[in-house]
Write a protein that binds this ligand. Structure first.
Ligand SMILES: [Zn+2]
Length: 493
């Protein structure tokens, strides 16, 4: 039940009926209408079958998609609010047709303890859209993991390689124990799969050799950095039964260990991001430090492999790695000093719908990759990721014919600088609803909807955990003294 609504008696008019549009699922699309009551879809059918409604909305000529679920955003609050905060970050999501975000723990303080989680939850009270919060899995917080689960994290993040915030990556030993603990609860662990030691050594040698140019960033992180990390994470997931998710797949090489792990029955999913699909190595010349991101944008053959991986299902979903910085931080001449990443949550849908219009992807594939697959991976389906009776009425209403030019200055993020500046897009979200309420209407943010967003843990139900090798875990061999795993239950979190 929604905390801030009184359920309406079933006989009275529904809150809203959206008529005249084309409803798109991950399987098919059809002309139809959607009726919404108390934030949920209560009917889907032809216009003339809809119940009486307090408000109707004409979506003739438009497409209704389940709102995008972005499994990878950085909202910087607490700690780095000159880059972004929860109000600006979720406003950008609302403007981009994104109705649920999963937010990363590399804030200050990092979301590694229950106290830090409370600060993050407080910051998230401003959200325009629904959200899941990542807890951190690090070397030194194994005794906090179960308290974080109890405190309401929706998933975990493990940095196998460094990125903004410079959180030290855990040893493989700590990863294994963390996986053992989390496997008992079934929550998914998302991995920044780049091996820190390889990158650190190569970067040091490049710096000693005097390299400061943008392409030195790519040279410091060749694809083997990611391939080694994906393979190692998959081995640990297979042993422990932990569910894992590979963030920001940037290379064709990672697809082999991903496919192999799936074939072995490992519960592993993977995402890529628009920048890996739309840029190649020429971006280092064209954009300089603005294109610096971890992992790096790579050579053209990787881009081609990623498109193949999207189409054949090896890559499960599209996320953005939304990572805003301020212009000064993003444009430093010495590449090692330029901050990594850029905003993406507001532009993903328009960029990918442009690819749909160009024939690179079908609209149903796009719904699967942007909404249905992440909903399934993170235990939200069919509350989210679908438009069926009973689903949350999270809807992106898109105009597939509308043309716009992406302009950094028009973005709602605080850190606006983007490599997509000047991109012509065809197909943009024009209205966004979160649980039946407009948070963006006619391409305008509904300012007063700040605070409407809720934590997804209220609907999250991960499948029953399937931990393996339970009598060989660190907790088992030490009589339950390690972490707090010995006292945990087998309940789904
Ligand atoms: Zn990230």
């Amino acid at each position: 039940m929604e905390p801030n609504r009184t359920p309406t008696p079933a006989s009275s008019p529904v809150d809203l009926v959206i008529t005249g549009g084309t409803i798109v699922t991950d399987q098919t699309s059809f002309k139809g209408a959607v009726a919404i009551r108390d934030g949920k879809v209560v009917a889907v059918g032809s216009d003339d079958t809809m119940p009486e409604a307090r408000e109707t909305f004409d979506a003739t000529g438009l497409h209704l998609l389940p709102g995008a679920i972005d499994a990878h955003v950085h909202y910087r609050e607490p700690g780095y609010t000159h880059k972004e905060d929860w109000r600006t970050g979720t406003a950008a999501a609302a403007m981009g047709g994104v109705t649920t975000v999963f937010e990363m723990p590399n804030t200050n303080p990092p979301t590694a303890t229950v106290e830090a989680l409370r600060l993050k939850q407080k910051a998230a009270e401003k959200a325009y859209v629904d959200f899941g919060l990542y807890g951190l899995l690090a070397e030194d917080n194994l005794d906090q993991l179960e308290a974080l689960i109890e405190g309401g994290v929706a998933a975990f993040k493990c940095f196998m390689g460094n990125t903004f915030g410079n959180l030290p990556s855990p040893s493989t030993g700590a990863m294994l124990e963390g996986f053992e603990i989390i496997a008992r609860h079934g929550l998914r662990i998302s991995l920044h799969a780049e091996t820190a030691s390889i990158m650190a050594l190569r970067q040091k040698k490049l710096m000693e050799a005097g390299r400061t140019d943008p392409l030195a960033h790519l040279a410091s992180r060749p694809a083997v950095v990611a391939t080694e990390a994906v393979s190692r994470a998959a081995v640990l997931a297979e042993w422990t039964g932990a569910r894992i998710h590979i963030l920001h797949i940037s290379s064709g090489d990672e697809l082999r260990p991903l496919r192999d792990a799936k074939a072995r029955g490992v519960d592993i999913t993977g995402e890529t991001c628009p920048h890996y699909l739309l840029f190649d190595e020429n971006a280092y010349t064209d954009l300089g430090p603005i294109i610096r991101v971890n992992p790096p944008v790579r050579e053209k053959h990787h881009q081609r492999a990623l498109w193949e991986g999207l189409k054949d299902g090896t890559i499960d979903m599209i996320a953005t790695d939304h990572a805003p910085h301020d212009p000064e931080e993003k444009t430093r001449e010495v590449i090692w000093r330029a901050d990594c990443g850029f905003p993406g949550v507001e532009t993903q849908m328009a960029l990918m719908l442009t690819q749909v219009n160009a024939g690179s992807l079908s609209l149903t594939d796009y719904v699967r990759l942007s909404s249905t697959a992440p909903a399934k991976a993170f235990g939200l389906f069919p509350h989210k990721g679908a438009l069926v009776p009973g689903s949350d009425a999270d809807i992106a209403i898109v105009d597939l014919g509308r043309r716009e030019t992406i302009r950094a200055e028009a973005l709602h993020s605080r850190g606006k600088i983007t490599p997509f500046e000047g991109f012509e897009v065809v197909g943009v979200p024009v209205h966004t609803l979160v649980r039946g309420r407009f948070v963006m209407r006619d391409r305008k943010l509904i300012e007063e909807a700040t605070g409407w967003g809720l934590s997804v843990t209220r609907v999250q139900a991960m499948p029953k955990p399937e931990p393996r090798h339970v009598d060989e875990t660190t907790a088992a061999i030490t009589g339950g003294k390690s972490g707090q795993a010995g006292s945990s239950t087998q309940e789904a979190a």
